[in-house]
Design a protein around this ligand. Structure first.
Ligand SMILES: Cc1cc2nc3c(=O)[nH]c(=O)nc-3n(C[C@H](O)[C@H](O)[C@H](O)COP(=O)(O)OP(=O)(O)OC[C@H]3O[C@@H](n4cnc5c(N)ncnc54)[C@H](O)[C@@H]3O)c2cc1C
Length: 493
């Protein structure tokens, strides 16, 4: 394109970077890409110093109308990949078809099989550590790195529940990756990894932004996409308070599930589902006191996953739960029994509600408009899952010599943001199709957790990465089979 770019990418985290990775592999030498990132590029030292302050900076960029419910993200080069924890489970195959299988929530317009090759590719790019035992997931390739070591109690659970209990797949490297990452130092500061063992966009895909076809602009905040004749012709953004415009044949928004819908709504795009169905999972931690055994000998922070209730018939009535087990030390204040205590966390799916939403709060004076976020609360379906948790733990903790279980905290957030530009094959009920292409503006991609029609228990970033790889692949290789039509989903109260 003479007067503009082939592609404008908004954001530099999972959604954009994995898309860009695949795009650059296929696009020719004349492709010209503009990447717009609102945050700054930080060195590893600056990042370690900033740490959680990045989250506070993220807070200032939108208005959270429900103060009791935080939404976290890091506005910086590499986005929240700098602050994530690094757990990378896949979604279960039945997560893609819960409406058809259990009459709950919505189906996705693609299947596990459609996404499987891209899961494998995303795991390869993140150098995920995981077990050879595949459990409930069909896999076309083993994990790139061996699994982390389990603690003694976790090994007992693994032995008692070989079908259900596995080392947690994680992008915190179990071995050094030459030239890229160190091995996990087991210091439990994973959100701000001190040794660069955790995958981040800067340490794993940073070379994309040095490609001669790519121009990266940091400190550039996109406010709108420009619409003309049923297409998107570019974006409007502000840098140092000055408005600028970039033109492109293709625009890919990867600004997360708060800012993607905001940019679309702020551009005048209207749709019944746009901005709605904001959701995430619910986490509940428990302290499990043991009669014997030594906890926290594992080689990373979150070491184990129990998939037993991640899927199955109980989902007709209550939410699925993924049990995480942790090696982070939690001392039992009892001489001689210091390590007879293990922390576990149940992660519960929730059903998105249309009144949990992102809207546009108009700017005052010289201030630009910004997103306003409100949350309607957790569904009855998730509450039934939470109510059953203490009972379900009996099954989930099989193999452990449990003395007693003590409720710890119900977490206010898992740090996941999903659902505000949901995907589907019915353009009246969804914003994007199964390839994350906008139903009306066919040269506009809306990437990331915003396209999730439901929020199953798996942490979302591996799926976000896999979807972005798939979107780019299918866009640039039109011969690939198009996304399958979705079956109609129904909501359950
Ligand atoms: C504390 C914490 C722990 C987490 N742990 C896990 C985990 O263990 N496993 C997991 O799977 N997920 C985890 N997550 C979630 C994970 O970080 C997100 O799913 C993921 O980062 C989403 O990727 P994204 O690219 O869609 O968005 P983001 O990472 O939020 O990136 C959005 C990017 O867009 C930029 N941007 C935003 N608005 C604009 C704009 N208007 N103009 C220009 N640029 C813009 C931002 O600066 C940023 O670079 C965690 C999150 C947090 C906060």
């Amino acid at each position: 394109m003479r007067d503009g770019y082939s592609l404008i990418c908004v954001g530099t985290s999972f959604a954009s970077a994995f898309f860009l990775h695949r795009y650059l592999k296929t696009a020719g030498p004349d492709a010209r890409v503009l990447v717009l990132e609102r945050g700054q590029r930080l060195s590893q030292a600056e990042f370690l110093k900033a740490g959680w302050k990045l989250r506070d900076e993220g807070d200032r960029t939108f208005h959270n109308a429900t103060k009791s419910k935080p939404w976290m993200y890091a506005p910086t080069f590499g986005g929240t990949s700098n602050l994530w924890f690094g757990n990378t489970p896949r979604m279960h195959p039945e997560d893609f078809e819960c409406a058809t299988k259990y009459g709950v929530a919505s189906d996705w317009p693609l299947s596990y099989a459609d996404l499987e090759p891209y899961y494998t590719e995303a795991e390869r790019l993140m150098n995920v550590s995981g077990s050879d035992r595949t459990g409930p997931f069909q896999r076309s390739a083993p994990f790139p790195l061996p699994p982390h070591e389990l603690s003694e109690p976790e090994r007992w659970m693994e032995a008692a529940q070989p079908e259900h209990f596995f080392p947690c797949p994680t992008a915190r490297a179990s071995r050094p990756v030459p030239g890229q990452r160190s091995a996990c130092c087991t210091s439990f500061r994973c959100n701000v990894c001190p040794v660069g063992a955790k995958f981040t966009v800067p340490n794993g895909l940073g070379e994309l932004f040095a490609d001669p076809r790519v121009r990266l602009e940091v400190g550039a905040t996109v406010q709108r996409v420009v619409l003309e004749g049923g297409r998107v012709t570019g974006v409007e953004f502000a840098r140092d308070g000055k408005p600028e415009e970039g033109k492109a044949e293709l625009v890919a928004l990867g600004a997360n599930a708060i800012f993607n819908p905001f940019i679309l709504l702020n551009s005048g795009i209207e749709h019944a589902a746009l901005g709605r169905y904001l959701h995430e999972q619910v986490g509940w931690s428990m302290k499990v006191y043991l009669e014997r055994g030594n906890a926290f000998g594992g080689s990373t922070s979150c070491t184990g996953h129990n998939y037993r209730l991640m899927y199955g018939e109980h989902r007709r009535e209550r939410s699925a739960v993924l049990l995480e087990t942790h090696s982070k030390p939690l001392l039992r204040i009892e001489p001689g029994r210091w390590r007879q205590l293990i922390r576990v966390t149940g992660v519960f799916e929730d059903i998105p509600h249309e009144l949990s939403q992102v809207t546009v709060e108009p700017g005052e004076g010289s201030d630009e408009a910004r997103p306003r976020v409100s949350f309607h609360g957790v569904s009855e379906y998730a509450k039934r899952g939470l109510d059953a948790f203490e009972r379900d733990l009996g099954e989930l903790l099989e193999g452990l010599p449990v003395e007693r279980v003590e409720s710890s905290v119900k977490r206010k957030t898992e740090g996941h943001i999903m659902g505000t530009a949901r995907m589907g094959s019915d353009p009246t009920a969804s914003v994007v199709d199964g390839d994350q292409v906008h139903h009306t503006y066919r040269n506009l991609l809306v990437l990331g957790g915003s396209s999730f029609p439901t929020g199953p228990v798996a942490n979302p970033s591996l799926t976000i990465a896999a979807l972005s790889l798939r979107s780019a692949d299918r866009l640039l290789n039109p011969s690939r089979e198009r996304a399958r039509p979705a079956t109609t989903g129904s909501a359950i109260p």
